[in-house]
Every structure is written in C-alpha cells, then in structure tokens.
Design a protein around this ligand. Sequence first.
Ligand SMILES: [Zn+2]
Length: 169
Amino acid sequence: MPSGRVHEAINLTTLGLMGLAYLATGPRKDLADPGVLAFTMSYLVGTFLITPDLDLAEKRVRAKGRWGVLGVLWWPYGAVFRHRGLSHTWVLGPLTRLVYLALVLYLLWLFLGGVYAYLAGGRLPALLLLPGLPKEVLLQALLGYYLSQWLHLLADGILPDRDLRRRPR
Ligand SMILES: [Zn+2]
C-alpha cells in the first residue's frame, strides 16, 4: 500500500495533468474562475489535510500531522473507523470525514459559545458555514474533494465496486 508521500505525489501529478488538459481544452481556460478555484482548493485539502488514512489518526499519520495541535481532533475518527474499512469506500467514505468534521466544528462552537457566555455573558454569532457561495461553486468543491479521495482509493487498489460487493464496517 502506498505511503502518504506517494499518495500526495500521485494526486499532485494528476492535478497538474488535469490543469494542463483544462487549459488546452476547457471552454473558458480561466484558472481564476471561482469554480476552478473551489475545485483546486478542496482537491488540495483532500490531498493533504482530509485523507482516507485519517482512519489511522489514533496513531501517527501524515494528514493528521498537518493539522498541528488540531490533529488531536481526528483521534476519535481514527479510533472509530477501522483502517481501510468504511473510510475507504467510494461514496460513504469521503462523506464520513465531512460529517465528522462538521460535527467536531459544531461541538467546538457550542463549547466556545458556552465559555463565551460564561465569561462575557453574551452569545457568539451564529455559525455560518460556506456563507452564500453559489451552488455551482459548492458542487465543484465537492467534486474536487471526492476526486482526491478516489485517487487515494485507486492507489490503494480499491475499486468502486467494493461499495457494492460487501458491507464494510
Ligand atoms: Zn489508504
């Protein structure tokens, strides 16, 4: 199974090739297009920060290290998800990490809100995720993230039919 470094190299090479193909054949050829930027950003996030191997986050794993002290936030994910189990499926796997992160951020916000209310007697402003981004841009972001995860799975030798063949934990 490829190391984290190899996964990153594969993903970056593919991103470079996609960029060249886009510049050569894309309708707008504009790398500053919001959709292209959203795709690229979330693809990079999926390559370096939120990878399927966070299911090893109870140990040492490259992506967790990139979070610095916040890497500890991924520990429960690593504890709950078996390595290369549900985390390494095509449809649900990437979703588990997004839902997990949203949950952690929400709990963190609740906690900070509680502390703030206790200390300052006020309320934190409502948590607004992805405020007002056009649907098309959000879709591109989701596509970039999923593609980065799928390349990881392919490099691990996991094909899409795995989702159908058996029901991983
Ligand atoms: Zn993996």
